[in-house]
Design a protein around this ligand. Structure first.
Ligand code: UDP
Ligand code: MG
Length: 326
């Protein structure tokens, strides 16, 4: 290959978040490498080690020693999948950046279609799951419920079944890096709502090659609540609706009392039920406001989204200025 064609080749950055994936990493690396070598693009394979406590770090270091296209960003502790993806994007150099899981649920074969879409001028490529072999019925139903809710109450549109397998071009990656530095984040949501030329590609999610899902039900719940609060102010308005509802209820009870002229002592049950109901409503609303305040507080404290302990095969100048204070 002569110098000129080499310069013309575009660079694809593949960002892979890794948290305790020692059993899956080798299979992933082999598969990804085989696909990447066959592409008409150059590539860099960025593994973000999100504070793994198993043998993942050693395995990654070994990859990086033998393969300069493998780059490693190691966090000082576990910061979560979202932080890992954003760090990968911050450090990436490619004309296109792909985020994917290390467990082969996101098939590396799709990279070929992704580069083709970039070449056709698409800038945001959503990989939409057609079938998730690992997800049970409960996960499918709750996921559908979540997307219905968020699409109903927020003014942005979320693609149901869009996974955290997506690709963006350099321009969009730069927008993510410079303008979406929120602490409580939902990267997938931003990517779908920045505009630019979008394309959906479809893939069938495979079973995990090894290991188990790192998202517990509790983590998923917390994540869903945060996402709803970050993308919608609707829950804050519940207080107004609840206030109007109580006013109407009060009016109805008043009219009823006036017309039936019931003696005061017989209304005990009504009073107790009404008080419980009203207090319940009040506490829920106070709780919702509390959640928003918690988010405001987190943003205000401005702590870093991730802290990098070490990088391998990444030149100093490639570090994003704001990468650590992100
Ligand atoms: N992951 C991470 N940090 C975490 C949890 C997960 O970097 O705190 C990585 C994990 O190693 C995997 C990807 O994020 O590559 C997605 O996680 P997982 O496969 O467990 O989620 P699922 O596919 O079941 O939704
Ligand atoms: Mg997975």
């Amino acid at each position: 290959m002569n110098q000129e064609t080499e310069n013309q080749r575009k660079l694809l950055s593949v960002v892979v978040s890794v948290y305790n994936e020692e059993q899956a990493l080798k299979a992933f690396y082999q598969k990804a490498k085989a696909v990447l070598e066959g592409l008409s693009w150059d590539y860099e394979l960025i593994f973000v080690n999100d504070g793994s406590v198993d043998g993942s770090e050693g395995i990654l270091e070994e990859f990086a020693r033998n393969d300069k296209q493998v780059k490693i960003i190691s966090f000082s502790r576990n910061f979560g999948h979202e932080a890992a993806m954003i760090a990968g994007m911050d450090y990436s150099q490619g004309d296109g950046v792909v985020c994917m899981d290390a467990d082969l649920q996101h098939p590396p074969e799709c990279l070929e279609e992704i580069t083709a879409a970039f070449e056709a001028g698409d800038q945001v490529i959503n990989m939409v799951r057609t079938r998730n072999q690992d997800a049970g019925m409960v996960k499918n139903i709750t996921s559908r419920g979540f997307y219905w809710l968020i699409n109903t109450i927020s003014d942005v549109h979320f693609e149901p079944n869009a996974s955290d397998f997506f690709a963006v071009d350099r321009k969009v990656a730069q927008v993510m890096k410079n303008s979406y530095r929120e602490k409580v984040r939902f990267l997938r949501g931003y990517v779908q709502n920045v505009g630019f030329r979008k394309k959906n590609l479809y893939y069938e999610a495979r079973p995990r090659v090894a290991g188990h899902s790192k998202y517990s039900i509790r983590k998923l719940m917390a994540f869903s609540v945060n996402t709803i609060l970050c993308f919608s102010n609707m829950p804050l308005k519940l207080g107004i609706y609840a206030g109007m509802f109580s006013a109407l209820l009060g009016l109805a009870v008043m009219i009823y009392t006036l017309f039936t002229r019931e003696g005061a002592p017989s209304g005990y049950a009504t009073i107790v039920v009404l008080i419980c109901f009203m207090f319940a409503m009040l506490f829920v609303i106070v709780g919702i406001i509390g959640e928003y305040i918690a988010i405001l507080f987190t943003e205000l404290k401005d702590r870093p989204v991730y802290i990098v302990a070490e990088t391998i095969n990444i030149p100093e100048e490639n570090r994003g200025k704001s990468s650590e204070k992100a």
